[in-house]
Design a protein around this ligand. Sequence first.
Ligand code: ZN
Ligand code: ZN
Ligand code: FE
Length: 757
Amino acid sequence: MERKTIEITGIVQGIGYRPFVYNLALAHSIRGWVLNNEKGVLIDAEGEDEALEGFIKGLTESAPPLARIETLKATSFEPRGYSFFEIRQSKGASAGFTLISPDVATCDACLAELFSPGDFRQRYPFINCTLCGPRFTIIKDIPYDRHKTTMAPFPMCPVCRKEYGNPVDRRFHAQPNACPACGPSLRLADRKGETLPGDALDRTLALLLQGSIGAVKGIGGFHLVCNAENHGAVSTLRSRKFREDKPFAVMCRDLEEVRANVHACEEEERLLLSPERPIVLLNRKKDSSIAPGVAPFQKTLGIMLPYSPLHHLLLAGPLKSLVMTSGNVSDEPIAYKNEEACHRLSEIADFFLLHDRDIHMRCDDSVVRVIQGRPYVLRRARGYVPFPVKLSYDLERILACGGELKNTFALSRGPYVFVSHHIGDLENMETLHSFEQGIEHFKNLFSIQPKAVAYDLHPEYLSTKYALSLPGIPKVGVQHHHAHVVSAMAENGLDKEVIGVALDGTGFGSDGTIWGGEFLRADLRDFKRVAHLRQVPMPGGSMAIKEPWRMALAYLFEAFGEEAADLELDWVRRRDAQKCGVLKRMIEKRVNSPLTSSMGRLFDAVSSLLSVRDAVNYEGQAAIELEMMADPEEREEYPFEIQETPGPMIVDPIEMVEAIAQDLIHNHSPSRISGKFHRSVARLVVETCRKISLDSGLDQVVLSGGVFQNTLLLALVVDGLKEAGFEVYTHHLVPTNDGGISLGQAVIAHMRCFQCV
Ligand code: ZN
Ligand code: ZN
Ligand code: FE
């Protein structure tokens, strides 16, 4: 006979872990008890040597699918002679903290009940159990108990209560447990918020089939929904939402429907079906029945599968696929409260499908892409948050405020960095408010009172202004591209100096100019800028981001001077001579023409030169469409130069621009030119890294920055670097775009403030 106490940490609460332990104990004839405490799960187990060993092995090996075991510590004690095994009352949260589960897609067992005739939960849109259902979005406070969630106003009926109290039931301590008798319910309303009579679900289906646009309350907020196969409905939604070209996400009924519309490999199908249920970017099939207006000028479609019971019900009838786009107007945060949604979306939606289970934290859908067989998260939110990134070293408690576009913040504690859900572009008061609320919520959930705050060097970012306004706390400014690189280092477990390649649109440089084509020698504390893309002026400042033709002009002017105007280019023919004259004078006189070394702007310039896009209506559009048209089979490359200077090396793409102009004059196809351009940029990255390596002896390269959302470029760079003998690291857990920088900021701030050299 032996006795051991076993402490387990990780995501082990609210996911059916205790009933699992209970059953496992019975199977191994173990006696004793299990309970939830502030750190996770504590077990006292007594039994025969071998049985105890098998039991402890089973605790990790056959754990429920949603469990994430971080640590398991077993200590031997004198046997006590327990006579049975029981689940004991939880010990409340004190100074410790627990990990909180993200929201989880409806499980198979619940799904079977949902469509089982005669089941008392048949067609009940709020069915859930310990293996599935809302978590993060309904939790108001810790510990995770029903009365601290938005399920508090729904007292359980005797049937639900019995399930909730039964240790071997699938719904044992399922905090959002509910049924039609006691739980939340649907309500269909018109544009004025007046309730419409009849069965809310049936009527919704009829309206969608007719081509109406609905605002449907989901798990993390409202979606604007219409039939994805109805061209008219899709274009109406576009015009009402003031969204010209930015793609909409689509929810397909099932895997079969996915396969009918897009190409998906095994890993992509696994992601689509995973409990996280992200939007996966997939290549569209030619004969797809989804309206082209869903994703104009794209080869890809953003596809997801139903993740809440309501979604399954909406897609169980004749509708095969639905547009499911964020319920917001242009760049504001997604609507998540009933009244607010009815007010804000009244000009867009024809009807509102509401329910009375409140959403406490709004949380958008996550977006993932598979590159070279591995998932690559582009927007990290529902399904992933608030699961932390775990480091191999401890951090002091730090708040990192992130960037401006695609903002996330992060809070660290020990080895964990809690990177927030996608907050959005911090460009308006609503988003700023959501950012501030989110920070307070995370501080509370994970009991983190920050001892330092990290911020981006850009003085105009609202996140920076917020950080600087916090009283009585040390503040650490972190250079944007250093944060990018360290973020990728952190998630890959790197802590020694590396070559960091950060390619993006805009980031504030240590010298006050705009950076974005950066090669750094970086460690977790400091960096040295060892090479960068040649600087060019951005005529009109931020206007040049919205109008890529301005960048094309700047590059042509650098390459050809006055003769640019005489080139036999479509681009020249499209131009207004007077406007160009004004811009040229601005450049010459350095008026409102800040210098930038941005790689994003070079992509913009080439996109405009190739007549792909002169002006954009969403961030990154010109570069995305340039990638879409590239011929991946192209084998030729353009020339470029790497100039050694006393300071950083200058990576000069001007010869590339000259050659592209020549190819255009000789009527080479834009798809060939784009393919050639992508290969050339990849070559330029590899050659620059080679030079840096010669100097430094470093052979690990870390890739980060929004430009690496370009999958063609990323694959070419990774392959090229590996061929050249480098070890290459990219993002997988957090986005390569600015949504990832809060993680890097937290690590750098810790090293600067709390780590002695
Ligand atoms: Zn379930
Ligand atoms: Zn009930
Ligand atoms: Fe960036």
